[in-house]
Design a protein. Structure first.
Length: 426
């Protein structure tokens, strides 16, 4: 039986997957959706952000828990439930990966255009996105997980510091004065409900991305040649998860204090939107910080984009291997990574086509991607919960009572809002 010490001399070797998760989460859900929530509704939607972070927490945690307890990814766990579940998960991946990657990449390209001051030249939109895709795929093929891990730790720290600084200065200055005749929008209109669903869909990120936690945990073990205790793995995960949750509230505050009631409408264009977000920081920190904030915002989105490419490619790769190849062939494919390369290229090509269709409608693309994620969340939640039961993990890895109880409440929460979303569409 494995003993779990709270800390060990090798704690730093366990750190990585949780920070990578935080980077993935802080991207679109925070820079775009949380800022929009504050700018359009003030603090009226804080409850939705808090609820999503709390009720989705167990199912993300289970990805890291399962990987530590079994030494395999939770996608391998899906295979233990039956081929039908693996097929279903593969359909989930195929149905969401192009839209999610497109949304993240489109926003990232907007921040790159803003950084390079080419946001007012429409002909550069697709070229910038294409260049971004080439760089992301190139980094993953050249540096693999090691480069991704190192990059995220640096750029995540930069954005954390700059966001907290902007947050404190915003509180110091206080909220702006609403324009004359400003009327707060109704939170319970059909339009608002659909936005709430989209907001929670990626808060802190899409629930099907919980499989990435397990994949990165396994990869980190391979990289360091150190198998952490369960508490070390969960410490790493919790550190990243709750940092991302706190930052989501910081972005809501920036939007609420600096844009709510101002009459300013957030742009549908990626570059123009990026310029507005960067301006939120410079308004409080000072115009001298524009370049620093532009670099920080682009960096975190760039890290998110790379993480999304890697996560979906790994998920697609592993799902197909388990479905169509025998164990000995799976080991060969994992070793030469040839199929991983194919998955990356397929993902890049399909996502670029989606971006070409939505290049004038950033918010529409983001809302579509986040809503898709929320509708499929209940399925992932139920399956992840099943896989950390006594049938599939050792007794020492079974979640405590309070976490199991939160899981039941979370499943009801996710199913309830998915039904509301479908009802609104009918």
């Amino acid at each position: 039986m494995r003993q779990n010490k709270f800390f060990s001399a090798n704690m730093l070797k366990a750190l990585g997957p949780g920070i990578l998760f935080a980077s993935t989460a802080i991207g679109v859900s925070h820079l775009v959706q949380s800022t929009r929530a504050g700018a359009e509704y003030g603090f009226a939607l804080v409850w939705a952000i808090v609820a999503a972070n709390v009720f989705k927490y167990p199912f993300f945690e289970y990805g890291s828990r399962y990987a530590n307890a079994t030494g395999t990814s939770i996608i391998d766990g899906y295979a233990k439930l039956g081929k039908w579940m693996l097929v279903l998960y593969l359909l989930v991946v195929l149905g969401s990966m192009f839209f999610v990657t497109a949304a993240v990449s489109f926003v990232t390209a907007g921040f790159l255009q803003n950084l390079l001051h080419i946001q007012f030249f429409p002909q550069y939109k697709l070229f910038t996105t294409f260049l971004l895709f080439v760089i992301c795929v190139g980094i993953l093929l050249w540096g693999k997980y090691q480069t991704l891990d190192k990059m995220i730790k640096v750029i995540g720290g930069v954005l954390l510091v700059s966001t907290l600084l902007a947050f404190v200065l915003t509180l110091w200055h206080g909220p702006i004065t609403p324009v004359a005749g400003f009327l707060p929008p109704s939170v319970w209109s059909d339009k608002s409900i659909l936005f709430i669903i989209a907001l929670m869909g990626w808060m802190p990120t899409a629930l099907d991305l919980s499989a990435w936690n397990s994949l990165w945990t396994i990869e980190r073990i391979k990289q360091t040649n150190y198998t952490p205790t369960l508490k070390e793995t969960l410490f790493d995960f919790n550190l990243g998860y709750w940092i991302s949750a706190i930052l989501s509230l910081c972005f809501v505050t920036l939007g609420a204090f600096l844009m709510y009631g101002s009459g300013i409408v957030l742009s549908d264009g990626a570059a123009a939107f990026a310029n507005q977000v960067v301006s939120l920081y410079t308004t409080t920190i000072g115009s001298w910080s524009y370049f620093i904030i532009s670099v920080s915002a682009f960096s975190i989105m760039f890290g998110t984009a790379i993480a999304v490419f890697d996560g979906y490619a790994r998920s697609l790769e592993r799902s197909v291997e388990l479905l169509f190849f025998k164990p000995e062939k799976q080991a060969f494919l994992l070793q030469n990574r040839r199929f991983y390369i194919i998955c990356l290229l397929v993902l890049a090509g399909g996502s670029f086509i989606i971006i070409a269709q939505f290049q004038q409608n950033l918010k529409g693309l983001v809302d579509l991607a986040t809503s898709i994620s929320f509708v499929i969340a209940p399925l992932i939640a139920v399956v992840n919960f099943i896989l950390v039961g006594k049938r599939f993990v050792p007794k020492w890895a079974v979640p405590p009572f309070w976490l199991r109880l939160l899981s039941y409440v979370g499943i009801v929460f996710l199913i309830g809002f998915s039904v509301v979303y479908i009802w609104e569409l009918l």
